[in-house]
Design a protein around this ligand. Structure first.
Ligand code: SF4
Length: 347
């Protein structure tokens, strides 16, 4: 949510909904920036608890505001001076707008006015929070929204498995378009922010892949290395255009750039399929994963009851994982001599 939408949260804004035995939680607010009006945000269950606590915390302020509203209504009725009347009507209008808000505060001064938290006050509060945490970071409310969009995409791309997102979205398999379709009353701009972050991540990845210092493996990775040799008049533009059109998915052991069905998802479970697949890119982010795959296959090779077919398969996968690791210039374990022979046999 943007800061304005958080400030706009009113008592009773949270609701729970059961769908296919899954509980979804929503918070309603009013979206001003793009004029969408009343919107709902999917939130983790904990957010509803937090809002309930805040509702109780701000209850005395709302009660005081109600008293002020009643006093203002009676004063205005008997008011003759137009200037004074105008000031009171203005205040009454503001007090009525804030009367159900959850984020209330008091402006201390002549009248100790109760009012909804302002954007400026929340920015100052965030700066104070950062300072109290010993940081000189200029923390601002909008950074939270961007961070959310970034972590959402990072999580989707397999870089961070955020438990928080799992709480919020319930099903890790649910796609962004399904999510949006789940409730058309949501803020579409949030999904645009998420897509913008997805574009940025793809562009950063493509940029790093086009750098001569980045070692790559995988069928597509090797192709990219070959293509680096050709002169491109405007690399920056090429990267941006490609990022716009290309789909990049994380497999956990690399990136898959298949634009249609590819292997139909088999490479997610059978990592070694991606080593020579024309859609596979493995960058240095995944070297440790391949060292793990390699070590597991070495362990399996030591088992003596798997039979010749399984052993042949282990040897093949061992050679493939060794191929990836050596493409990054990383030495293998001392038993590499054995693997080298296997590689010669199988590749
Ligand atoms: S095998 Fe190819 S198409 Fe399948 S996930 Fe791996 S890279 Fe993608």
């Amino acid at each position: 949510m943007r800061n304005d939408e958080v400030i706009g949260v009113e008592v009773g804004a949270g609701r729970r909904e059961q769908r296919d035995w899954v509980e979804y939680c929503w918070i309603t607010s009013v979206e001003h920036k793009t004029g969408k009006g009343r919107v709902e945000y999917m939130v983790p269950a904990m957010t509803l608890k937090v809002v309930e606590v805040l509702e109780r915390y701000s209850e005395p302020l709302r009660a005081a505001l109600q008293e002020e509203i009643q006093a203002l209504e009676s004063s205005i009725a008997g008011m003759i001076n137009p200037a004074e009347r105008r000031d009171l009507v203005k205040r009454l209008f503001q007090a009525r707008c804030d009367s159900q808000r959850v984020f209330l505060g008091v402006i201390y001064g002549k009248c100790n006015q109760i009012t909804a938290l302002s954007s400026v006050a929340s920015r100052v509060a965030m700066l104070r929070l950062a300072a109290k945490a010993g940081q000189d970071w200029k923390l601002s409310p909008h950074q939270c929204r961007r961070t959310y969009a970034r972590t959402f995409v990072e999580s989707r791309m397999g870089r961070q498995a955020l438990v928080f997102l799992k709480w919020q979205f319930k099903h890790s398999s649910i796609s962004m378009s399904q999510l949006y379709a789940a409730n058309p009353a949501q803020d579409p701009a949030l999904y645009e922010d998420i897509l913008a972050e997805y574009f940025d991540i793809k562009r950063d990845l493509l940029e790093s892949w086009s750098s001569p210092n980045q070692r790559l493996s995988g069928g597509a990775g090797r192709k990219i290395i070959e293509m680096r040799a050709s002169a491109v008049p405007d690399r920056e533009r090429l990267v941006a255009n490609t990022a716009m059109q290309i789909n990049i998915r994380a497999t956990g052991h690399g990136w898959c750039i298949a634009q249609d069905t590819g292997c139909g998802g088999a490479g997610l479970y059978e990592s070694t399929r991606c080593v020579d697949c024309k859609n596979g890119v493995i960058d240095d982010e995944h070297v440790e994963v391949w060292q793990g795959i390699y070590a597991q296959h070495l362990e399996m090779l030591e088992l003596d009851d798997l039979g010749p077919v399984t052993n042949a398969r282990i040897r093949r996968d061992l050679a493939l994982s060794a191929k990836v690791i050596t493409e990054f210039g990383v030495p293998l374990e001392p038993r590499f001599g054995l693997i080298k022979n296997l590689e010669d046999d199988h590749l």
